[in-house]
Design a binder for this molecule. Sequence first.
Ligand code: HEC
Length: 152
Amino acid sequence: VMKKFVPVLVALAAAATAHSAFAQAKPEDAIKYRQAAFIVMAKHFGSLGAMANGKAPYDAKVAAADADVLAAVATLPFTAFGPGTDKGAIKTEAKPEVWKDADKFKQADDAMQTEMAKLIPAARSGSLDQLKAAFGPTGKTCKGCHDDFKSK
Ligand code: HEC
């Protein structure tokens, strides 16, 4: 799992170095960064989901490794929605509401971080039951935000 994602993580790390320069950077740099961060987050979130839903065998080590990635990346996409990044030279699926209704977007981010803060220890616990209990509520916060703020 990790091997495949090393190139993405390297790209992400390179983007992270440029992070403080977002204000002056081209909007597509921020768009690429947040999309890459979402892809990495979703990959490891999906791995936990497969185990929680019985589609992959439960492996406590894999779950703990997924948790480590989530702990590192789950806040990163939300650092790259600054003003002026609603469009750029590459396509974004972020709706204009992200900026028009910034308070609500922030609440949707906070809701996810709250559930993620429970999912991460659950995924590290070695207990499939704890993982199952924490996965669903976190998934709802992804969908909740996408319904309002992400185009299909
Ligand atoms: C607070 C809002 C919000 C939350 C919470 C959220 N997302 Fe997203 N997500 C977005 C937006 C907005 C985009 C579109 C980004 C863009 O294209 O610029 C997106 C894009 C994505 C993408 C597409 C990336 C790409 O370009 O290929 C994936 C995958 C994704 N999110 C997964 C998730 C998962 C999994 C969760 C929960 C663990 C989650 N998101 C939580 C708002 C959110």
